[in-house]
Structures are given as C-alpha cells and as structure tokens.
Write a protein that binds this ligand. Sequence first.
Ligand code: DON
Length: 463
Amino acid sequence: MTLFAGPSLVESYLEQIHNSCLVGGEGALADYIPELAGVDPTGFGLSLALHDGYVYSIADADIGFTIQSVSKPLTYALALTHKGFDAVDERIGVEPSGEAFNEISVDSKRRPRNPMINAGAILSASLLLEVEPDVDTAFGELVDFYSACAGRKLVLDEDVYRSEMKSGARNRAIAYMLQSFGVLHAEPEHAIDLYFRQCSVVVTTDDLAVIGGTLANGGVNPRTGRRAVSQSVVQRVLSVMTTCGMYDGAGDWVTTVGLPAKSGVGGGIMAVLPGQLGIGVYSPLLDEHGNSVRGVKACKRLSSDLGLHMFNVARESRVTVRGFYSAHELHITTDRSDSERRYLHGKHDRIRIYELQGDLTFSGTESVLRRLRSSATEFEVAILDLSRVDHVDEVSRSMFVGASQNLRGLQRSAVIVDPDGVVIKRHSHASEPARGAQFVVTTMHEALTRAEDFLLKLAVEEG
Ligand code: DON
C-alpha cells in the first residue's frame, strides 16, 4: 500500500529511542568467552512483539547473537514443567542474591539462591538430565521449547559452544561444588555441557521479543497461537525475572524500568510487560554487571517514554476497539442544505467510526492506530469515539495527536468524540480544531457534522 509506505508513528518513536541510545560507545565485549570477543561492537537492534503477534523491528533486529543468560528463565521453566514446583524448590531458591551472575553462591540449605545466577541455571539444566537419558536428548527437548517460544526453529552456534567449553573453568567449579553439596545429582560435566549448549543458541531481537511476548501472553506464543508453557510456570518465571533477572542492579531496575527482564553476556536483553508485550534488545557492549549498556538504556527509555512500567496501573482491557463501523450505520440526521445532502448521499462509507473503551495505554493505542493505518485507504475521516474511555496516558495522548497530524498529511481527518476531555482538555470553544486537522467534540452528532464538513471541503478543493 503505497499510501502508507513510510514508517508508522510507533516505528518513528522506536527509531527515536534507538537513536537516542546510540550516543556513547561505553561498555566492553564479553571477552572472557574468546569467541564473543570478536563480534561487531556496533550492532544494535530493538524489537517489540505485541499481544497479537505483530512485531516492530528496528535497526539490527536481524543480527544473530547467542542467547547466553537470557536462556536461564526458559530452562527454569522447562525444569518446573518436568519436575514440578516442589521438587525444583527443594533444590533452587527464589531469593535475589545481590551478587554477580557467576558468584559461587548458595543459601543456608546449600541451594543456589535463584535460577538466574549461574549456580541456579546449571542446576536447572541438571534437572532436565534427571528426566532425559542423555545430553543430546535433553538439548533437543530444550531447543524445541525455546523454538516454540520464539515461533521459529532455533539452532546452536557451534563455535561459541566450543569456546565456552574450553574456557568454562569457573562454571565447572560451580557444578562440582553443587555436586559436593548433594544438590546436583546428574554428572557435573553433563550439566555443564547442557548449560553451555543452551547459552550458545542463536537468537535475534525479534526472537527475544516474541519469547518475551509468549511470557507476556501467559505462555501462548502470540505469533503461532500455540501454548508453549503453562500459565502457572510463567507466573513463577516472571516473578523470579523481576527480583533476580538483572543481578545486583535488580532494585534499581524494578524501580526505573519496572519490567521483568533477563540479560545475557551476548548483548541481549529480553523484557516483558505482562498481558501486553515482549521486548528484545541487542548491543554487545556490556557494563560491569554483564548487562548490555545500550540495552539497559533502551529499556529505560522504552519504559519511561511509552509508559510501560508494570505498576503503571491502568484498567486493562484487551478489547480496546469496542466497535468499528461506517457512518451509514449511525442513523443520525445532520442539518444540511439539499445540495449538500445530495453530495453526501452514498458517501457515508468514507467515514469510519472506531468505538474505544477502557484505559488507553501504549499497547491498546498502538493496536488502534495500527488498525487505523491499515484501513486508511478505505476512509476519508476517522471518528474516534472515546465516550467509554476512562483514562488516556501521556504517550497515548501524544500518539493520538501524532496520528491526527499524519492523517492530515494524507488528506484525511480525524474527529475525536471526547465528552469527558480525556485526550485533550477542552476550552470554551469545544468544537474548534484542537491541533492540526483534529477536532475534539462532545457528541456523535457533532462528530458526524465535522466529518461531513470535511468531505464537503474536499469536494470543493477537488472542484
Ligand atoms: O555462564 C556464562 O559464562 C555464560 N555462558 C552466560 C552468562 C551470562 O550471560 C550472564 N549474563 N549476563
């Protein structure tokens, strides 16, 4: 559709966020794994997967990188699925350690403190070996599960895997220590082998966003529509990601970003807004905690600019669009001269009404505007009826204004029915154009009048 070949409003927002995080090349590659020391440090991708499976991909969203520690919540999910909560809880805690990811850290029961540090992750991998006959079979099952979450077949990076196997003394030490404490029952070398293989699975930011989207969706992949994991396991995994996912910076992360997340030394970060969306970011330059410097910055900007903090409390409603129809169905009579009436006869299908409901936050507004954009060749005027909307957050408000301005650039118009002033605070002249081509009115009758005025004005302009 040539009319809408350019980037959408949301894509422009994401590009701005991406560009604002490009400045400064701080951080270092994870050179403790020799193979990772050679990756291009400038790669920087960003993806967002919405609950209906739509994915926004910005910049280097197609660069493949190894998943590394972002795999930890997934393997934990698989261990919970196969062994059950009680058996897993006996061997892996759920408390934040406040320590580095590779700390040799256990609690008073000699359990790894949580599944997001290496000790807990190696133990999660070992639990799969208790139910599978060998490492190959366990890895086959594991990669099938990761693939089901990503919605495509994922594969191993053999070079990174071999590199980790050669340089993994510290992780080996952790595995043998856990064996000596009596919590790791599988062969330590096998547990390490499986752990290194899981870290070496190749993903893109699109994959991380869709995996995050699967968790956001309670375990159902938003792309394939298939359940990959149970709701109760997702609840547990998101809880642990919230408290332990970003290591020693967990408190700061929850406060500023407010999204369950997991980082990896490959440069990836996966973040989840439960019920709404998944985020994937990639930039391989890391801070001292092993988190991607630009990835953290991008998550902070995404959260603050798009209002994605999980405690940004809104009355969520999956069905933001309550109704979608043409003005034919309105049965409202406007005050028109005979010639105007003749002109307008049969033209009401050029006016579309979108009835919205609930509280409008980023993801609901995004889906409305995406629908508007994809159907915009079918109308001249869109009437957005917000009579049933209680609250519109800051980002959604500017998205509506931006969308109205975009429509004007395309010789189209938007009229907003907003009796309670939820989008734009009205002044005394309620029906004056608010900004750009946008009209804010209080009744559907006024909206239809404005919409017809626009069609009549177009007719005059077109002669
Ligand atoms: O255990 C390791 O060294 C890696 N394979 C994974 C560590 C990792 O990604 C930590 N996360 N920031």
